[in-house]
Design a protein around this ligand. Structure first.
Ligand code: ATP
Ligand code: MG
Length: 452
């Protein structure tokens, strides 16, 4: 774009000068600055946008820095050696600097020559840069435009602020600065249209409201309940990504509550929500377990610890698993078959909502399988259980069950003690278990004899 043209477009924005805002280069990662400068040096415009600007304005450290530019994906790729074009619906470039990855997006523009395809037409959009389903869902969003058009294509005003290294100003095309000050999530454009184009924006509205402690403006909130069903047309892979952003970024408890409140949660976690309403799962206990798991997840992240989706989903699906353990009892299965079939159905049901990757479903199964082993703590198996790489997660899960009110006798305390003991004491503890285990066995035998 010529310099003059550029000035004309930018002039549509409210310009917040360097001394009127608190975004400082000091809080932007060096690598992000290098991406911005790299694009400028190659003759392109570049801006920090999205969560990077929003969170800095709020005095918070951004999770990542997103960058917008007038360079096309192919041009961006030429500027940075360590980069690759990803995405089909929405093409972006990942630029890698050391351990950091930046999402660099080309300014989007309006879809003028819409290619409208039917429900079954999704296979025929190969090669198209713009495509929309006949229900209004955007299937390809790779029409490029100018910065002001890009601003209009973003989801919420607070996510549509552009920071540039040129004079260090922020450009505001949609009133985002005022909404930041008023702590408001406001969708850009017509809410129904924007949610229909991309229903995930509804989840994003709830997520940002939970994360930032912002209210959702009335117009933005109103259609959510009504349009929640549109989420059924989103791929399970994308919904898994969103579920992780909702639950594993420090505001899981609040997000889950608002998902339930706005009746949108069933498009992500239907198996859990419906299981929690049955009598099979001791209702109160299972919702307490889930609430505790979400709360602990938030606390762990606050302390800078990691959380794993496997553990989270093990907690989410526990009531579902418990429900099938009850239902399948009628099927005259062996203990092992009952256990295995209940695990399989619980996970299978979740997979039709969110595509939980295999490495996490393996973790879920292992955490559940270890529960009964931890409970039994048979002396022969103790060392094997303890050396299992998922022991810690399974033990944490056992604690969670106890804290949520399940009666687990004193087994949790036993395992807590076992972990902090030296090897000699551990050996002693196993020996003690052995003798009480043998005693129990003998008592059982005698009882059996007496019956005969
Ligand atoms: P965070 O990274 O903290 O979760 P973010 O706002 O940076 O929040 P990203 O998913 O990283 O969110 O997206 C970066 C920016 O891209 C957003 O701020 C928004 O401007 C735009 N964006 C992302 N997803 C959408 C969408 N579905 N519709 C419209 N704009 C979007
Ligand atoms: Mg971001």
């Amino acid at each position: 774009m010529s310099e003059q043209q550029n000035k004309k477009t930018v002039s549509k924005a409210v310009v917040i000068s360097r001394d009127q805002h608190n975004v400082s280069r000091r809080n932007i990662s060096d690598a992000a600055l290098r991406v911005l400068r790299g694009l400028n040096a190659a003759g392109y415009d570049s801006y920090l946008v999205g969560g990077g600007v929003r969170d800095l304005l709020l005095g918070q450290q951004p999770k990542d820095f997103d960058i917008a530019t007038d360079a096309t994906p192919e041009q961006i790729k030429k500027v940075f050696r360590n980069s690759r074009i990803i995405g089909r619906r929405f093409k972006i470039v990942h630029v890698r600097f050391g351990r950091e990855i930046f999402e660099v997006t080309t300014f989007r523009g309006p879809h003028n020559n819409l290619n409208v395809v039917g429900d079954k037409g999704q296979q025929n959009i190969k090669g198209l840069e713009s495509a929309q389903s006949n229900k209004g869902l955007i299937l390809r969003d790779n029409v490029y435009g100018k910065i002001d058009e890009d601003a209009e294509r973003r989801d919420f005003t607070v996510n549509s602020l552009y920071y540039t290294l040129e004079n260090f100003v922020i450009l505001d095309f949609t009133g985002g600065i005022q909404d930041i000050q008023e702590k408001t999530i406001r969708i850009i454009g017509d809410p129904t249209e924007r949610y229909t184009e991309d229903p995930v924006r509804m989840l994003r509205a709830l997520r940002f409201s939970a994360k930032l402690n912002f209210k959702i403006e009335r117009r933005t909130l109103e259609p959510i309940n009504r349009l929640a069903y549109l989420l059924a047309s989103i791929s399970t892979a994308r919904l898994f990504d969103e579920s992780i952003k909702l639950l594993a970024t420090g505001h899981a408890r609040k997000s889950f509550e608002s998902l339930k409140q706005y009746k949108i949660g069933q498009y992500l976690f239907e198996p859990t929500l419906s299981a929690m309403e049955t009598d099979f799962t001791k209702n109160e206990q299972s919702s307490r377990l889930l609430d505790l798991a979400l709360h602990n997840t938030d606390l762990r992240l606050e302390e800078g610890k990691s959380v794993t989706p496997g553990f989270l989903f093990a907690a989410l699906l526990w009531p579902v698993f418990q429900m099938y353990m009850e239902i399948n009892k009628k099927l005259k299965l062996t203990k092992k078959q009952l256990f295995q079939s209940s695990i399989d159905i619980a996970i299978e049901r979740q997979l039709s909502y969110t595509a939980v990757p295999k490495r996490f479903t393996i973790a879920i199964k292992e955490i559940w399988r270890l529960q009964s082993q931890l409970e039994r703590a048979s002396p022969r198996n103790i060392c094997m259980i303890f050396s299992n790489k998922r022991f810690r997660a399974a033990y944490d899960f056992l604690l969670l069950r106890e804290q949520s009110g399940e009666k687990l006798k004193s087994i949790t305390t036993w395992w807590t003690q076992f972990q902090i003991s030296d090897e000699l004491t551990q050996a002693q503890m196993i020996d003690n278990k052995k003798s009480s285990y043998d005693k129990k066995k003998t008592v059982k035998k005698i009882k059996k004899l007496q019956v005969q």
